[in-house]
Ligand binder design. Structure first.
Ligand SMILES: C[S@@+](CC[C@H](N)C(=O)[O-])C[C@H]1O[C@@H](n2cnc3c(N)ncnc32)[C@H](O)[C@@H]1O
Length: 202
């Protein structure tokens, strides 16, 4: 599907959702959380865990249409989002304009390839790093890069606690898990979304 052009036969060719203070335009090739009501609760947990003061440089890995990045943009100095689906990044940029957000920048590509020490030098080291990978979790090279970047605060959003636990174990070299909060994103199923707050060890 990803390599085919989309031809809308009926309607606008995209959908729109409102999550709290942010309005999202979502194209057919872009990921968006399936449960809008709970997605807002999920992002509120991220905001709570991040406890932003307005001065922070935030990275949002696996940003999709910039959902979390745009949601937290008003609470930080700048936010940088990375996502592999180019069409989703086009949506993210459009959504930033739609919401008058001018402190968010977005990059299309595999996190493994884009997130390098060079990238961090250009964009400034992250004070808070949010990561929300697919069910497979993060590639070991991405975990390794996170350990090199040493963001003081890391927030790991996951829809698969098994791979999240695997990655938290790898990150425990340098991070302490302060808290984990489940969000019932998929009612009547055994699936859940899990948000972990990690802090860099002294
Ligand atoms: C669980 S979704 C989260 C999206 C977004 N944070 C949200 O809440 O809507 C994971 C996203 O990661 C993207 N993705 C998967 N593998 C990736 C990779 N290797 N590099 C960058 N993005 C990737 C997917 O396209 C998807 O948009």
């Amino acid at each position: 599907m990803m390599d085919l052009d989309m031809i809308p036969y009926y309607g606008k060719g995209y959908i729109e959702e409102q999550l709290g203070h942010v309005r999202f335009k979502i194209g057919p090739k872009s990921f968006f959380q399936t449960n809008t009501l709970q997605a807002q609760r999920l992002y509120d947990v991220v905001v709570e865990f991040a406890a932003l003061q307005g001065t922070e440089n935030v990275y949002d890995l696996y940003t999709g249409i910039g959902s979390i990045a745009l949601y937290v943009a008003r609470y930080c100095r700048q936010v940088v989002g990375i996502e592999e689906i180019a069409a989703a990044i086009e949506d993210a940029k459009e959504n930033a304009v739609l919401n008058n957000i001018d402190n968010a920048t977005f990059y299309a590509g595999d996190v493994k390839a884009i997130l390098t020490t060079d990238f961090a030098e250009r964009h400034g080291k992250p004070d808070v790093l949010i990561t929300d990978p697919p069910r497979a979790g993060m590639h070991p090279q991405v975990v390794e890069m996170l350990l090199q970047l040493e963001a003081p605060k890391l927030i790991y959003v996951s829809c698969n606690p098994a791979t999240q636990a695997r990655d938290l174990n790898l990150l425990s070299q340098k991070y302490i898990v302060q808290k984990v909060r489940p969000v019932d994103m998929f009612p009547h199923t055994h699936h859940l979304e899990s948000v972990a707050l990690l802090e860099l060890r002294n």
